[in-house]
Each structure stands twice: as C-alpha cells, then as structure tokens.
Design a protein around this ligand. Structure first.
Ligand SMILES: Cc1cc2nc3c(=O)[nH]c(=O)nc-3n(C[C@H](O)[C@H](O)[C@H](O)COP(=O)(O)OP(=O)(O)OC[C@H]3O[C@@H](n4cnc5c(N)ncnc54)[C@H](O)[C@@H]3O)c2cc1C
Length: 419
C-alpha cells in the first residue's frame, strides 16, 4: 500500500473519511479543507504518472458545466488543468425528422471564459490536477488502499483496510463510483435500469474544424455526440473530436471490432458528413450503460455522493456535473452547521439528501425518457419529438430555461459557493 501525506490517526476518532478520491470525492475533500476541515481520503487507484497521462488522448471527454468549472476554480484546480477545450454552442437534431435545436453559436476563435458555455476535459487530465491539489492541501491522502470493511459502531463508523489498519470516524462519505462498496456495506439498496446499450467512445480527427460546437444527432439506435476536444499538439488543433455513440449492445460490439478505415467511413456516413470526412480514429473504448439510483443518500454518519448515489445516461453529459453539485451542497450544509458547533448530525445529512435526491432522480428519469423517445420510430412519438424540438427552438425563454438547468448555477444559488 502506498501512503501519501499520511498521519497515523489509528486510535483517534476522525471527523470525516472520504472513500473514493476521484473528481467528486477529491472536490469534496478540497472544499472541506477550504472550510477548515481536514478529511482523510482513501482511494483504490494509484497517483497518475503525469508524463504518461498527458501523452495520450483519452477516448472520451467530460462536458463540464459552468457550475463545475466555478467549483474547480473555487478550490484552485481549474487553472492547473493541462488541457481543456471550451465550447460556445450546441446543436441537436433528429436523423429521421426535421426537429433541430441550437444553443449558443459557432466560433472561429478560441473562446474566452465569458463566451463559453462550458468546457470539455479528459477525465484522466482532470484527475491529475485534482490529485496534485490533494497532495498539496490534504494531510491524510492515501492511494492504492484496499478497504475491506465499513461497519457501523457506537456513534462512529469503523473502516478496516487490507493491511490491518482500522479507522474510526464520525462521518463516512462514499464517493467510490457506480459500483460503490460503501453503498453495499451500508446496506443501501439501489434501483438499476439496464439500457442494454453501450457508449462507444473514441477521439477522431475530421476534415473540417469543430468551430467550438458540440453536436448530437439522434439516430433510431441512439444518439451520436461529436464533442470538441483539446488536441495533443497544436497541429490541426480544432479538428479533434471526442465521440460518444450510444448503441444497442450488439451494434456496439460490432462497431468496436471494425478496422480503423471502415470505422472512419461509417462515422462519416452516420454523422451526415457534418464535419466532412472522418480522417482518423484513436483510443476506441466501450462503456456499458446502466442507470443506478440509490434509494437513500444518507444514513446516520454516512453520505453517498456522485456516481455512488446515482448514475445517469450520458446523453446529457451531466453525470459528473450533478456529482459536483452533490459535493458542494454536502459541504455547504456540513460547514454551515459546524459554525453552530454541530458536526455531521443526522438532520444535517438529511438536508443534503433533501436538496439533491429529488433533483437527481428527476434528471435521471428525464434522460431515460428522452433516450426512449429519441430512439423510437413510433410515428406519434416521432411527430411529438420533432414538434417539441421546433417549439423549443422558437422560444428563447424555453431555451434559456434549458440552459439555466444545464449550467447548474441555480443549484448553487443559496450556498456559500454562489456565483
Ligand atoms: C461514455 C460516458 C460519457 C460520459 N460523459 C460525461 C460528460 O460529458 N459529462 C459528465 O458530467 N459526466 C459524464 N459521464 C459520467 C461521469 O464519467 C461520471 O459521472 C463521473 O466519473 C463520476 O465521478 P465519481 O467521482 O462519482 O466516480 P468515479 O469517477 O468512478 O471515481 C470513483 C473513485 O473511487 C475510487 N474507488 C472505487 N472503489 C473504491 C474502493 N472500494 N475503495 C477506495 N476507492 C475506491 C476510484 O479509484 C475512483 O478514484 C460519462 C460517463 C460515460 C460512461
């Protein structure tokens, strides 16, 4: 086991242990540290090798909302992200219909922060920046840790590690992703919806530049997203795109096996030549798509955040964004009550659950419904979706509502992290 910045706390009762130091767990630890609370962070993964991480293009990017970017700025991570690609517009349309909706605009120049709607960042490049900041700011951050048990004791939780270490804490935060061990150990049930689909992702180079626009076509088989991504070198910098192609499992298996030339040809055709020919495709990867929703987010002295609490369909690119909002709301209620001398009380944790679960469940259901409606060929639904897209396109007010929902800033309004 590698221990980094580790203090021997074995006999002490810790204030908080975060299990999972990915983007959501890491952000939580940094927001707490800023509020004067040092968390112990345990992560199964190793510290990333900077040179190796930056030398390859990830097969996928995360579309980060303005709220997530604001939170990353708050903890001084944003400016240390090695590469990212802002976008100024979004275009969504149906393959077999006339419905189309546009947000923002295409840009010829690299956008300023004020012009961009959000930014595309590769997960490993983001994790690298988060890890560096945790190493700098946290006193007890341990990587390559195997947690073998999480159990409730008297007024505390006991965490057992494979090397025999036992930690006692007043609060456990489960930020350990979709297959959360913490969730299982706390006997928190979850609902699961298997879409029987996979997300096929890869980095591609196109003949025409992306003009800082994210594009998504709804095919009967599922959406195909073209997301502008930062390139590894300045040559053809505006021609690199990350695709997320949602497909039924058997199609995804077949397309994943195609040789590069056939795959590029297929993508050129399925994207309606929107950026001309697809010239190159690298780093293909496949992710099974399943929605998961924990039936509760909290128990006495324990909270779930991020994918440990909810996994949603990637078509809206919101998974990590709603996880970062969980982190902000949880830290806000914890730090608010700490000022009154109360730490991680049951009522404090319930306020977090109350503020996040309804919103996250609603987002999850709407993504599942859109996924169904957009991939159906049933005539009334095809008509309804085209009509709905056209109506929204004609109504600036509705489009503003959509954007306000997507940028996440309204969820931070009543918190210490308000913009
Ligand atoms: C194809 C695809 C495209 C996506 N696109 C977007 C997008 O555009 N925008 C967006 O917002 N979201 C997107 N998402 C969702 C996003 O990737 C997730 O929501 C996000 O990674 C969840 O972050 P997390 O920190 O909760 O979990 P994770 O990123 O899974 O991190 C979990 C951490 O916990 C650690 N861990 C796991 N188990 C243990 C254990 N037992 N003990 C200790 N540590 C442990 C891991 O090492 C890891 O560091 C996409 C997802 C997919 C599949």
């Amino acid at each position: 086991m590698t221990q980094i910045n580790s203090v021997n706390y074995s006999s002490a009762l810790l204030d908080v242990v975060i299990i999972g130091g990915g983007l959501v767990g890491g952000l939580t630890a940094l927001l707490l540290a800023q509020g004067g609370v040092q968390a112990t962070v345990l992560d199964a993964a190793p510290i990333l090798d900077e040179e190796k991480t930056l030398a390859v293009a990830n097969p996928r990017v995360l579309a980060l909302s303005q709220a997530t970017i604001h939170l990353l700025k708050t903890v001084d991570v944003w400016d240390n992200i090695a590469r990212q690609m802002p976008y100024t517009g979004m275009q969504v349309w149906n393959k077999n219909g006339y419905g189309e909706i546009n947000f923002g605009y295409a840009s010829e120049q690299f956008p300023t922060a004020e012009q961009s709607l959000g930014s595309m960042v590769e997960p490993s490049v983001l994790n690298l920046a988060i890890q560096h900041k945790m190493l700098e700011q946290l006193r007890d951050y341990r990587t390559q840790v195997k947690v073998i048990r999480v159990e409730q004791g008297v007024n505390c939780w006991i965490i057992k590690l494979a090397d025999g270490t036992e930690l006692k804490t007043k609060l456990v935060i489960g930020a350990d992703g979709a297959n959360s061990f913490v969730r299982d150990q706390a006997f928190i049930d979850f609902d699961i919806l298997d879409y029987k689909q996979a997300g096929l992702t890869c980095a591609i180079r196109t003949a025409q530049p992306h003009q800082y626009m994210a594009r998504q076509i709804f095919h009967p088989t599922g959406p195909l997203a073209f997301l502008p991504m930062a390139s590894l070198n300045s040559d053809q910098a505006e021609h690199w795109i990350s695709i997320v192609w949602t497909l039924p499992d058997d199609y995804a298996d077949e397309f994943a096996e195609l040789d590069d030339a056939d795959f590029c040809q297929l993508l050129t055709h399925e994207s309606h030549h929107m950026l001309g020919e697809v010239l190159e495709a690298t780093s293909r990867a496949k992710f099974p798509l399943k929605a998961r929703a924990a039936q509760r987010y909290v128990k006495n002295g324990l909270a779930l955040i991020g994918d440990a609490a909810h996994v949603i369909h990637p078509l809206a690119g919101q998974g990590v964004n709603i996880g970062c909002l969980d982190a902000a709301i949880l830290c806000d209620v914890l730090l608010h009550d700490l000022k009154r001398g109360v730490w991680a009380h049951e009522q404090t944790l319930k306020r977090y659950e109350h503020q996040r679960k309804g919103q996250n469940d609603a987002m999850m259901h709407s993504m599942s419904t859109i996924g169904f409606i957009e991939s159906t060929e049933l005539f009334p639904l095809v008509w309804a979706r085209n009509f709905a897209l056209k109506q929204v396109e004609k109504q600036p007010f509705l489009k503003d509502q959509f954007m306000a929902q997507a940028n996440g800033l309204s969820s931070l309004k009543a918190t210490r992290y308000a913009v």
